[in-house]
Design a protein around this ligand. Structure first.
Ligand SMILES: O=C(O)CCC(=O)C(=O)O
Length: 332
């Protein structure tokens, strides 16, 4: 896996927690991005709205170019070998009631056995729990080999969403112009905006130079497989979230392969070491955490059998929990 950040401390924190918060923009750049949003986006049609929800490819392309013109030089300093493949606004209306974003991982845009896709969320106003700052489960990026398809596929933590949002996700307040930079596998969410002001953030996806973006497709009629498509950056201003891309593939889309997709539901036990109360032992967690057996791991280990693999995951998790409690107790 290649290095992401120019700064070694930032790199270490990113791998440990799955995210870092970095100062990114000055006041003039924040204003430039705010003005671009206001001049292009005449209407925010829903309480939570992101540029890729729009079916207007020209609007999406204008925003991509406008954001990159302001953001790119800043991002290059942080991540010299990465380039942006998607740039958008993510907006939450003031006094929202349908603006909460349930806990999720972002769409998978690389083969994460080979590369790391880095997502960026950069608010243009100060954010905290009153206006819908992000909430994140530190370390969760390492727990999931789950691939997220843009056509929508079941997640192994689906039934646990509420518990994870309420007990595991920790708010990350940030000043305007900071960037929350995260591994696309990180579990994150946000609550309603209880203030009057529109909460505008810039969102983006950076991938390594030389790497082509991927989109994964899941078809409910063939639930045990995922189709992997290579797509152009231009096509990412056209795809529709939640819609299956089928043959004949449009321009900018190339079929790569199909892979196995067997999702084994996770239990609350599986998450114990990610609970904020276990944060004290983050370092030991780094050494002994398991990767939960979804998608690729299952595909690679079918000879071992699904229930055996899951059983051993739960067992080692119980051992981890014991170990974590012991270390926490010793560190009191
Ligand atoms: O803007 C928000 O409140 C949430 C954004 C988010 O979760 C995302 O873009 O993946």
């Amino acid at each position: 896996m290649g290095r992401v950040f120019s700064d070694a401390d930032v790199e270490a924190k990113f791998w440990r927690d799955g995210y870092v918060v970095q100062p990114l923009l000055d006041a003039e750049e924040i204003k430039g991005l705010y003005d671009l949003h206001q001049s292009t986006t005449l209407d925010v049609p829903t309480d939570h709205y992101a540029t890729p929800f729009s079916s207007d490819a020209l609007y999406r392309e204008t925003i991509r170019q406008g954001i990159n013109a302001i953001l790119l030089s800043r991002l290059r300093l942080l991540m010299p070998h990465y380039y942006p493949c998607l740039s958008s606004y993510v907006v939450k209306r003031g006094n929202s009631s349908q603006g909460g974003v349930p806990i999720h991982q972002d769409y998978s845009m690389v083969d994460f056995e080979q590369h790391t896709a880095v997502h960026i969320w950069c608010p243009l106003i100060d954010v905290d729990e009153t206006n819908g700052c992000l909430k994140a489960v530190a370390g969760s990026h390492k727990f999931f080999n789950h691939i997220v398809a843009v056509s929508g596929n079941p997640a192994p933590y689906g039934p646990l969403r509420k518990l994870l949002e309420e007990e595991y996700a920790v708010p990350v307040p940030m000043p305007a112009g900071s960037a929350f930079i995260f591994d696309e596998r990180l579990l994150h969410c946000s609550n309603e905006n209880h203030t009057d002001a529109l909460r505008i953030a810039v969102g983006g996806v950076m991938i390594p130079e030389g790497c082509t973006p991927l989109l994964y497709m899941w078809d409910k009629d063939k639930p045990e497989q995922l189709t992997v498509l290579e797509v152009s950056v231009e096509y990412l201003t056209q795809f529709k979230i939640g819609v299956l891309i089928k043959e004949p593939y449009p321009q900018g889309v190339k079929f790569l392969k199909t892979i196995s997709n067997k999702v084994v539901p996770l239990t609350t036990d599986d998450f114990t070491s990610l609970h904020p109360s276990a944060a004290k032992v983050a370092d030991s967690r780094d050494q002994c955490s398991i990767c939960i057996d979804t998608n690729i791991q299952i595909a690679n280990s079918q000879t071992r059998g699904k229930s055996d693999l899951h059983g051993s995951s739960s067992l080692s998790n119980k051992r981890n929990r014991w170990f974590n409690y012991l270390i926490a107790w010793l560190q009191r």
